[in-house]
Design a protein around this ligand. Structure first.
Ligand code: NAD
Ligand code: TDX
Length: 342
């Protein structure tokens, strides 16, 4: 693997993956294909060496452009997506366009040139799990986490279009011999995450003198993984994964939203009750949890950044030290949430 295309490389997880590759794999050259939507930011790539990372601004659903780039690449790593559940509830069409048509356009080009393809997906395709306290088989491990055998059952337009894109890739593998793998990862956190998302929203609220906002009762559980561990997981699958296989990436980081918020408040020196309960998300998934045994045992991957408290502290420091990266957008993001009572 020498020449790779990273779609969505100017977004949160894609840009962290590019830093990971540049720092760990000196012979790899990267072309980023990114439309620079509201979630893509050229600044995310600014510190990277220009001789190794080239940005092409364009749409993954632009077949002509995609063909011209895929022709010269060994591998495509596909991160580009519309990624925010709340946006998908207000305006689903961009999710259909990018997540479904965009993925279709990429796999058609990879089929044509027999290019290795890795599809980055999410645990949300499996729907949600009951809270642990409500499980009849509590403590036995049965049915407690997602595996690659869990049936698809997405809840939102976002997760439905991600599920559809996974199914397209699986069909292209089976019917056309596409050399593809899929990863479904849990909730990422770390630097460069857009301030619409839960953790950066609460951090930047506090930094802006706005009270944090918790949806509903805050009992919903997410399985947090540091984005650097997601990057090493994707690299492991790219280099060692079996074609046609799906690997789940997770670091055993289940925490409910109320507890995450309590930790942010504590680390930022705020009172434990200095937040507001706001309107819940429609169709809000209750709990996600990943069983990553297959990735760990078959490919030997181990997450390294598993101390959530330390990771959260470093993330808070990053937003505090990079105010120009987010400050100009803050008011518009909050005005938008306020329209929904959130
Ligand atoms: P993000 O919204 O921060 O970044 C998405 C990037 O894709 C942006 O740079 C945007 O400009 C680009 N993009 C959007 N539409 C495009 C198009 N039509 N053509 C080209 N580029 C386009 O998203 P993220 O949180 O970094 O997520 C990246 C990927 O990882 C997504 O596929 C998402 O489903 C998946 N994922 C995310 C998480 C998470 O916790 N954020 C967890 C598991 C999987
Ligand atoms: O202000 C908020 N308050 C709040 O309580 C926001 C923005 C969110 N929440 C809750 C909703 C979720 O239970 O926090 C949890 C996390 O919310 P998001 O950051 O929006 O993430 P989520 O919906 O879980 O999806 C994320 O993980 C899986 C990513 O956005 C997806 O792209 C990924 O696929």
């Amino acid at each position: 693997m020498k020449k790779i295309i990273v779609t969505g490389g100017a977004g949160f997880i894609g840009s962290n993956f590019i830093y990971y590759v540049v720092n760990h794999h000196p012979k790899v050259y990267i072309t980023v294909l990114d439309k620079l939507t509201y979630a893509g930011n050229y600044a995310n790539l600014a510190k990277l060496p220009k001789d190794r990372v080239k940005l092409v601004v364009g749409d993954i659903a632009d077949a002509k452009l995609v063909d011209s780039l895929v022709k010269d690449a060994d591998t495509v790593v596909h991160y580009a997506a519309e990624s925010h559940n709340d946006n998908s509830l207000k305006s689903p069409f961009p999710f259909v366009q990018t997540n479904l048509l965009g993925t279709y356009t990429l796999i058609e080009a990879c089929r044509k040139y027999d290019t290795r393809f890795h599809h980055v997906s999410t645990d949300e395709v499996y729907g949600d799990l009951p809270l642990r306290e409500d499980l009849p088989e509590k403590g036995t491990g049965v049915g407690e986490k997602f595996t690659d055998k869990t049936p698809y059952n997405p809840s939102s337009p976002y997760s439905a279009t991600k599920a559809g894109s996974d199914l397209l890739v699986k069909a292209w593998v089976r019917s056309f011999g596409l050399r593809a793998t899929i990863s479904n990862c849990s909730n990422n956190y770390g630097p460069y995450q857009h301030i619409e998302k839960f953790i950066p929203r609460q951090i930047t609220n506090i930094l802006s003198g706005i009270r944090p906002k918790l949806y509903g009762d805050g009992k919903n559980v997410r399985d947090w993984i540091h984005t650097n561990d997601h990057s090493s997981g994707v690299w492991t699958i790219l280099t060692k994964g079996r074609i046609g296989e799906t690997y789940l990436i997770g670091a055993d980081g289940e925490v409910d939203n109320k507890t995450v918020l309590a930790l942010i408040l504590e680390l930022m020196g705020e009172a434990p009750d200095a937040f507001d309960h706001v309107n819940d998300r429609a169709g809000h998934d209750l709990r996600y949890a990943i069983d990553s045994t297959k990735l760990r045992e078959e490919l030997g991957w181990t997450p390294q950044f598993t101390n959530f408290r330390n990771g959260l502290k470093a993330t808070i420091d990053w937003y505090e030290n990079n105010r120009p990266w987010w400050e100009a957008e803050k008011k518009a993001v909050e005005d938008n949430y306020a329209k929904n009572g959130q």
